[in-house]
Design a protein around this ligand. Structure first.
Ligand code: TYM
Length: 346
């Protein structure tokens, strides 16, 4: 791109999505939901339950199950503090422009770009021949999610960094191929800050994940206080006491993760936590960590249960959100059709 190429000059807008697959955990909460709540006060925000992404792995969730999971994720957004009067909350499948833009982006994205996606390699496993085309195309749908709203900022955990880079590549290539400089913004990931990469409680080299077979590896937003405390008690650590400085944590992945969780929830830095607990063993630190985790998550867990007890209220939020999202996406997709040059009734 030359310096003279006009760049996007539209308004700032935030978009992010969460898949309705399994329980949300502390990683989703700190890596995404907490950021959503913070951003809704300063930006136009759109938060989406990406139910079309959820069928790339498990096609048949059972009768009504996908819809229930979608409601559960919407309930988790609301319980974490997303305010539907400030931010748009909706289900991806209710705005058809996502699928339409995905097709156009399929023709913009290159096979080589998608083949490099590490999440595809992880999810498809060894037997790529049997993976769905949808799981391969997953990041293109993600790019369409973001760009159909011309979103400029995307709060996500670190695991989504590569997908965001792909979204930027697709936006840039679309703008150039169709001679529409600055039409799509090049969306920026908002990853920094505590909680961007919460690791498994059982293995400090693996991220905390919904798909880990061991439930002890993660704190679920649905866990009760005793379960949370038990999981922290059983979390893997090393025999050394906590050090005095962050540098000394570098090679102690499990200790670093627990200190990071404490810091993120208490609104402190890792160094603040070490100033308080340096020199102490995990016998002292783990109970303090349990207290912070339980205290921070208890109101969220309670509100989550309250929302789930009222599915009609969740549906009302999703219906209003779908309408507002569609209002933003419809003119963008109309313009895309014109830019590409499809026939339209004059
Ligand atoms: P998903 O549903 O796997 O995760 C939702 C959000 O949680 C973050 N996250 C974590 N953050 C910190 N530590 C962890 N251990 C951890 N695990 C998950 C994820 O980074 C994410 O922000 N592809 C996306 C969904 C998506 C999307 C989008 C996101 C679809 N379209 C458009 C942004 C914009 C995903 O699978 O997230």
């Amino acid at each position: 791109m030359t310096d003279e190429t006009p760049s996007y000059s539209g308004p700032e807008r935030v978009f992010s999505g969460v898949q309705p697959t399994g329980n949300l955990h502390l990683g989703n909460y700190l890596g995404a939901l907490v950021k959503f709540v913070r951003l809704q006060d300063t930006h136009d925000c759109i938060f989406c339950v990406v139910d079309q992404h959820a069928i790339t792995v498990d096609l048949n969730h059972g009768p009504g199950a996908l819809m229930d999971q979608t409601r559960q994720i919407a309930a988790a957004f609301l319980a974490a503090g997303v305010d539907p009067d400030k931010a748009i909350v909706f289900a991806q499948s209710s705005v058809r422009a996502h699928s339409e833009l995905t097709w156009y982006f399929n023709c913009v994205a290159r096979m080589g770009w998608l083949e490099r996606m590490t999440q595809f390699k992880e999810k498809a496993g060894k037997d790529k021949e049997r993976a769905s085309v949808g799981i391969f195309d997953y990041p293109v749908l993600q790019a369409a999610d973001i760009l159909v709203y011309k979103a400029t900022h995307v709060p996500v955990g670190e695991d989504q960094k590569q997908h965001l880079e792909l979204s930027r590549d697709i936006a840039d290539r679309f703008n150039r191929e169709f001679d529409a400089p600055g039409f799509f913004p090049l969306p920026e990931p908002l990853i920094q800050g505590p909680g961007a990469r919460i690791m498994s409680l059982k293995d400090g080299f693996k991220k905390m994940s919904k798909s880990d077979p061991s439930d002890l590896s993660r704190i679920n937003l649905t866990d009760d206080a005793d379960t949370m405390a038990r999981k922290i008690k059983k979390a893997k650590t090393d025999p050394e006491p906590l050090p005095a400085t962050v540098d000394e944590l570098q090679d102690r992945v499990e200790a670093r993760n627990l200190v990071g969780i404490y810091a993120a929830l208490a609104g402190k830095t890792d160094q603040d936590v070490l100033d308080e607990f340096g020199g102490q063993g995990f016998g002292a630190f783990k109970p303090a960590l349990s207290e912070v985790v339980v205290e921070s998550l208890a109101p969220v867990t309670q509100s989550y249960k309250d929302w789930l007890a009222d599915p009609a209220a969740i549906d009302a939020v999703l219906a209003k959100g779908a309408e507002k999202a569609d209002e933003i996406a419809a003119p963008v997709i109309a313009e895309v059709r014109d830019i590409i040059g499809f026939w339209r009734k004059s």
